[in-house]
Design a protein around this ligand. Structure first.
Ligand SMILES: O=C(O)CCC(=O)C(=O)O
Ligand SMILES: [Fe+2]
Length: 524
């Protein structure tokens, strides 16, 4: 219920309407995005007891939450909805000062707007009015048209298939990359349904994004990282985007829950350039609290609550049972993919409503023990998620109570996340598990003994219609985040992924035989 605790959000709760046009899964996904801290099975029960009406279910859950208010709940003194810069109100120490994380408090949302505040208190930097206005509008129109072809990601949760509460597609530079992305690269344990070839404006903008992100990385290293040096495992090479995820959020309830991005092909300490177009939405970040962090009373108290991300029920809990030498040990059960679950709880489906609702209402307490920071992403803003982001923080686009329609996009927001898939993590190299599926790369985020270690694991079990296995293997990298495995064992004749800019150069030079397909980039 965290998003109701800030002053800005306390007055009018969202009131989704009843719609019989949506499937039960869609309604469940909507509820899950509205109440990301609640267990899926509890949401399902409430939905059923509300006659399948999302609006009634929402009201029921809110009523439950008000019966069990967080202690000392108060709107007085909460974060003001609008501020220009924290600098105007307080003295901020150097960005390296760890105390900056204490700016957020349990259950509170701190809204930051000024780029200097965002750089100092989150793992991100933001550039407003990033592109020339006409170019941003042209890209927006192009991608709104493209969004007709987007799909919702489907994944398996216990015995039901769940859809993401927004739609998306991945864009790559050439037909060869398109082939690789549908047949070789996986996402959350399955091959992608929607891969498209980059469009003219998307391609044109990628060079500007590349330049800016590289400059931001260098600035971050100089001004924030200890000793002015890149982080361990961060790549020293130039950041070269060669894939872009384009997300569409159609209306205020479309969202993505708290997650860290899948590292399988990005590798450790990944940097992502994220361009926002259309309707302004809130991007929230919260720091992952390690399980041993009991110096903070709030965190410790909240840790006692049931938590969908608590140790023992996650990869961290399971993996910690294995020693460092235990290279191919077998966890007792596979964890849920953090990027895919959209914060849907993974408790066993035994809880019941309304007790389940109350229990689930406290379930997010631990995750929320330090509160969260909201970064507002207006049209034509570039957010850089820096190298410390995916391993140490989670992020989300939260449902909005109200949105201001955009003159070109109406209620829609388009987001482009430019990503750099590393050559050394091409699927020809990444481990396959016993069931034959490609594994995915994750980082231990909570458990003290193994925090920061990377692991390969089977995720096939989270793909609809597939059965996974319990494959697990520690992943080792050198200082620059290059995987330490025997490349000579792997055939080396498959083509690499071209960077967007290089891909364009090759297409223009007619290097590839199949550029004839290029004209109709909607049909590949
Ligand atoms: O829409 C956004 O700004 C974030 C999207 C996101 O987190 C993702 O694609 O992984
Ligand atoms: Fe993400």
């Amino acid at each position: 219920m965290d998003r109701y605790l800030s002053r800005k959000r306390a007055r009018s709760p969202p009131t989704p309407t009843c719609s019989d046009e949506d499937s039960t899964d869609m309604k469940l996904a909507r509820l899950a995005s509205l109440f990301p801290d609640m267990a899926l099975d509890a949401l399902m029960e409430i939905l059923l007891s509300s006659g399948g009406c999302v609006g009634t279910a929402t009201t029921t859950i809110q009523a439950q939450a008000s019966l069990y208010p967080p202690k000392k709940r108060s709107t007085a003194g909460a974060t003001p909805a609008i501020q220009t810069s924290l600098n105007a109100h307080m003295r901020i120490s150097h960005p390296q000062d760890q105390k900056r994380s204490l700016l957020t408090r349990k259950g509170k949302t701190l809204h930051l707007y000024a780029p200097e505040d965002i750089a100092a208190h989150t793992p991100c930097t933001i550039i407003h009015n990033f592109l020339p206005a006409a170019q941003a509008n042209a890209l927006l129109l192009e991608l709104l048209d493209e969004s007709k072809h987007f799909s919702r990601y489907r994944f398996q949760l216990f015995d039901r298939t769940v859809q993401s509460p927004h739609s998306a597609s991945i864009y790559v530079a050439t037909p060869e990359q398109h082939r690789q992305h549908t047949a070789e690269y996986t996402y959350g344990g399955t091959y992608r349904a929607t891969v498209r070839q980059t469009t003219p404006h998307l391609r044109a903008v990628s060079g500007t994004v590349q330049q800016t992100v590289n400059a931001e990385i260098q600035h971050r290293i100089r001004t924030v990282y200890p000793g002015g040096r890149k982080l361990k495992y961060q790549s020293p090479k130039e950041w070269m985007p060669n894939a872009a995820f384009v997300n569409c959020y159609d209306g205020p309830t479309e969202a993505v829950g708290y997650h860290s991005d899948e590292l399988t092909y990005l590798g450790p300490r990944a940097v992502i350039g994220s361009l926002s177009l259309g309707v302004e939405r809130e991007f929230r970040v919260r720091k992952i609290i390690p399980t041993d962090d009991d110096d903070d009373a709030a965190a410790a108290a909240a840790a006692a609550a049931e938590d969908p991300e608590a140790p023992g029920d996650t990869s961290e809990g399971q993996i910690s049972a294995h020693t460092a030498a235990d290279k191919t040990s077998t966890p007792t059960k596979a964890p849920i993919p953090s990027e895919l679950n959209n914060n849907i709880s993974r408790k066993s489906p035994t809880t019941s409503s309304p007790a389940a609702a109350a229990a689930a209402a406290t379930a997010g307490a631990r995750a929320n023990a330090r509160g969260q920071i909201s970064i507002h992403l207006p049209h034509n803003s570039l957010l850089v998620m820096h190298a410390e982001m995916q391993e140490e923080w989670k992020h989300a686009i939260v449902p909005a109570q109200t949105i201001s329609p955009h003159p070109l996009a109406g209620n829609r927001r388009i987001n482009v996340t430019y990503r750099w898939y590393r050559d050394s993590l091409h699927p020809r190299y990444t481990p396959r598990c016993r069931c034959g599926a490609p594994t995915i790369l994750r980082c231990v985020q909570r458990r003290r003994e193994t925090r920061g270690r990377y692991m390969w694991m089977c995720y096939a079990g989270y793909a609809p219609g597939k059965k996974g296995c319990s494959f697990f293997q520690w992943a080792d990298f050198n200082e620059d985040g290059e995987p330490l495995w025997d490349k000579t064992a792997v055939p080396d004749d498959a083509p690499w992924l071209e960077n967007f800019v290089e891909g364009q150069d090759q297409l223009e030079a007619g290097v590839r035989g199949h550029v004839g397909n290029e004209k109709d980039n909607t049909s590949i």
